[in-house]
Design a protein around this ligand. Structure first.
Ligand code: ADE
Length: 223
């Protein structure tokens, strides 16, 4: 069982994508559990403030230490975490290899950043890993957290019914996946490659391997 806590000031933004299709099934089967924690509950004062002006001046608010510290501490009372991950555009770029490693964890916290950023001391003392989903800046860490959670959860054994299908994904062996076809075998004169209809599985596997290499060299030679 993989348990993920996502800490966010916009919990409603996160909930819906986790309640459909494969992730929902994984949850219903008891293989994964994703819990969204509203950081505002830990906000300070009457207005439940979670951010403040930055020391030294400059545009943009900064997320304060205390709400995040108290929130993470509360979670740590309930379980031991393998990783406390901060989603940030200056983190390490997320790849399949990281998803593979994280899918072996038992408990993970994903902290979504907002505003200009978070107080650096949170990163120094509470965060064990920083992840970016790519070299572009989004309005917050919520969409990245969903992407990371999705990529990890589908790798937990049993979440995808046919385990083979996760193993043959693009990137799993530094190759893009080969092309796929389904019925009809011919549409408007567009034909499925004969080899796939031959029933010769040795040849089919060789063809798939060859196409995967070809496609990778063409589209992503850096892999
Ligand atoms: N927050 C804002 N942009 C982000 C990105 N590219 N990756 C992770 N978290 C982010």
């Amino acid at each position: 069982m993989l348990h993920i806590d996502i800490i966010s000031v916009l919990p409603d933004l996160i909930k819906s994508p986790l309640e459909h299709s494969i992730l929902k099934r994984g949850k219903d089967k008891g293989l994964i559990n994703i819990n969204v924690v509203d950081l505002r509950q830990y906000g300070l004062g009457k207005s439940r403030s979670v951010d403040d002006y930055q020391f030294g001046g400059g545009a943009g608010m900064v997320m304060r230490i205390e709400p995040i510290f108290n929130c993470i501490n509360d979670l740590k009372k309930q379980r031991t975490y393998d990783e406390v991950i901060f989603l940030t555009p200056d983190g390490e770029v997320f790849e399949q290899k990281t998803a593979n490693k994280l899918s072996l964890c038992t408990n993970i916290i994903l902290l979504c950043g907002h505003y200009k950023g978070i107080d650096e001391r949170i990163r120094e003392h509470l965060i064990t890993k920083e992840i970016s989903i790519g070299d572009y800046v989004l309005t917050g860490g919520e969409l990245p957290a969903i992407i990371v959670a999705d990529a990890i959860c589908r790798l937990v054994p049993g979440v995808i019914s046919d385990e083979e299908s996760a193993l043959s994904d693009s990137f799993q062996d530094d190759l893009l996946a080969p092309p796929l076809y389904t019925r009809p075998a011919e549409f408007e004169g567009w034909k499925v490659p004969d080899i796939l209809l031959s029933g010769d599985f040795k040849k089919i596997n060789e063809w798939r391997e060859e196409k995967a290499v070809e496609k990778t060299q063409l589209k992503r030679p850096n892999l």
